[in-house]
Design a protein around this ligand. Sequence first.
Ligand SMILES: C[S@@+](CC[C@H](N)C(=O)[O-])C[C@H]1O[C@@H](n2cnc3c(N)ncnc32)[C@H](O)[C@@H]1O
Length: 245
Amino acid sequence: MKDTAGRSWEIIRGDALKLISAYEPNTFDAIITDPPYASGGRTQAEKNKSTTVKYSSMGGNAPPAFEGDSKDQRSWTRWAAEWLFDARKVCKQGAPVCVFIDWRQYPALTDALQWAGWIWRGVAVWDKGNSRPQKGRFRQQSEYIVWGSNGPMPVNRPVPCLPGVFKYGNPQQRIHLTEKPLELMREVVRIVEPGGLILDPFAGAGTTVLASALEGYRAVGIEVSEQYAGLANERIEDHLAGCST
Ligand SMILES: C[S@@+](CC[C@H](N)C(=O)[O-])C[C@H]1O[C@@H](n2cnc3c(N)ncnc32)[C@H](O)[C@@H]1O
């Protein structure tokens, strides 16, 4: 894949549910993504609040709000099953899928993944290292990467042994409210065969796409927010212009 600027990556602005299905079957070698979890807030009124209120204490200095985070449980599960179905249809046989999630939405995601026809193969742990201590309770210091494949996944793929736990703190200088660490994403994308084409339907600030480019993959990111699509484009261009690895 080369976009109109001759790059091996692109960020497309739009709704994943509309854009994924426009690709031909067998286009992508993997789906690696971090969708809105819609897990902040116990009541629907709390869920309906802006993501800056739900996920940041930085007030006016917080990164911009993002979309798609207000669905209730049933709607989120149905929506996840739909985009996961569309995403599987545009992937090659054996393609891996990796989806970030937290503990609240973990059961819904593993249901949706299987309803969409993927084989669920396991979960890797992102250990963020720190979190608010709570007396008498375990810390919520992890998020999860639910992973699977589009049908059988041969063991002889040219891919190394990969860890099951990744220890990286949250990025210090975030431009997205729920940005993932770049080094974490550089490790996760290594589940894909060298040079493969990766789709991230919920690109945010473009961390998966940037990590893919740095690791020698080709990548497409879809992002519904105009502001974040623009930020992702700028960030990736700047980063790749400024470094060779
Ligand atoms: C959890 S964030 C991804 C953050 C990203 N991993 C990063 O490191 O920057 C999810 C993103 O999906 C976007 N989004 C929500 N609904 C979408 C949709 N239907 N189609 C495309 N993008 C969507 C949100 O605007 C948000 O930026």
